[in-house]
Design a protein around this ligand. Structure first.
Ligand SMILES: C[S@@+](CC[C@H](N)C(=O)[O-])C[C@H]1O[C@@H](n2cnc3c(N)ncnc32)[C@H](O)[C@@H]1O
Length: 303
């Protein structure tokens, strides 16, 4: 990265690359790594973990863990387990000492490792305070994790991946990025549904085959559903394993709302047809017959 080893500045809601390293309250700086050390203010750490809805069942990985505050807070305040990785051995020592002071060494640890090589498979929550290009490099690996895995990023988003929740916090003590403001972006790894799915339902007493052709870009779903002699456009969204798809609702076609839980090659849920008093709710099961590919994002980095 060289000159691009930088802190980015945020101006009027846009991300602008600054070619200089903005003076950061760095307590340690080994010169290793792809971004300098800037600690996330504690109020922001607390909010990130709140947005990730961390519980004792969670395993939290902080990519570039600095003094360890995110993973240590996840353990001490929420009972979670986890680890942090960093390349700066002074920071790693500090993080392990902080874990000892917080009495959470049975739950967390910190290791010297390049975050681009870290095994993320145990994570149910990932946190980051990294540069936008680093986030983009990590994105496809995070998207491939178990559906429902949460990701919370400080200050820099994950490009075209639309956050499931976004917050701005006033943080007077923050001196870098956009001073005084922290931007937080929370994402939930969506299940993968692109492809051809089929259902057989009883609608109005008639056995009715349905065929879905679904496309997916991050958590956004679109496509078509063929019902009897009709082909309806579908639009919807995934929240982890939960899917909601809407079709009809215009030109005399009743509104069709499919909601369900994606479990591998099957979706189980309900189809609600119509609105108000005429609304009928039917059990819905769809089976995958041909898996498709996720749509390529416009900002997909070369891996
Ligand atoms: C902006 S700081 C964030 C620290 C901490 N996550 C927090 O929010 O308080 C980024 C951290 O990433 C570490 N880092 C940078 N590049 C890295 C890499 N390739 N692998 C592991 N750690 C890295 C830096 O040493 C630094 O501690």
């Amino acid at each position: 990265m060289s000159a691009a080893k930088k802190i980015l500045q945020w101006s009027a809601g846009a991300v602008i690359a600054a070619s200089v390293i903005v003076a950061a309250p760095a307590m340690a700086q080994s010169g290793k790594g792809d971004v300098v050390y800037v600690p996330t203010p504690q109020i922001v750490v607390d909010t990130m973990l709140e947005m990730a809805k961390v519980t004792p069942a969670d395993f939290v990985i902080d990519l570039g863990s600095g003094d360890g505050r995110i993973v240590i807070t996840a353990a001490s305040k929420h009972g979670a387990r986890g680890f942090g990785v960093d390349l700066d051995t002074v920071l790693l020592k500090m993080a392990n000492q902080n874990a000892l002071k917080a009495n959470v060494t049975d739950k967390v640890h910190f290791v010297e490792e390049n975050l681009f090589k870290t095994d993320l498979s145990k994570a149910t929550v990932i946190t980051s305070y990294l540069l936008p290009d680093m986030n983009l490099r990590l994105r496809s690996r995070i998207m491939a994790l178990k559906p429902g895995t949460r990701l919370v990023a400080h200050d820099y988003n994950f490009g075209d991946w639309d956050p499931d929740e976004q917050r701005e916090l006033i943080v007077p003590e923050k001196k870098v990025g956009n001073p005084g403001i922290s931007y937080l972006f929370a994402y939930i790894v969506p299940a993968r549904v692109p492809g051809r799915w089929q259902s057989l339902m009883s609608i109005d007493g008639r056995e009715t085959p349905l065929e879905f052709n679904l496309g997916q870009s991050f958590q956004e779903v679109d496509g078509k559903v063929e019902i009897r002699d009709r082909s309806l456009n579908l639009r919807g969204r995934l929240t982890g394993e939960r899917v909601r798809l809407l079709a009809g609702g215009r030109d005399g076609v009743p509104r069709h709302e499919f909601t369900g839980q994606v479990q591998g090659d099957q979706i189980k849920g309900t189809l609600a047809i119509g609105e108000g008093a005429s609304r009928q709710q039917l059990p819905w099961v769809a089976k995958l017959v041909q898996r498709g590919e996720l749509k390529r994002a416009a900002d997909e980095p070369a891996q």
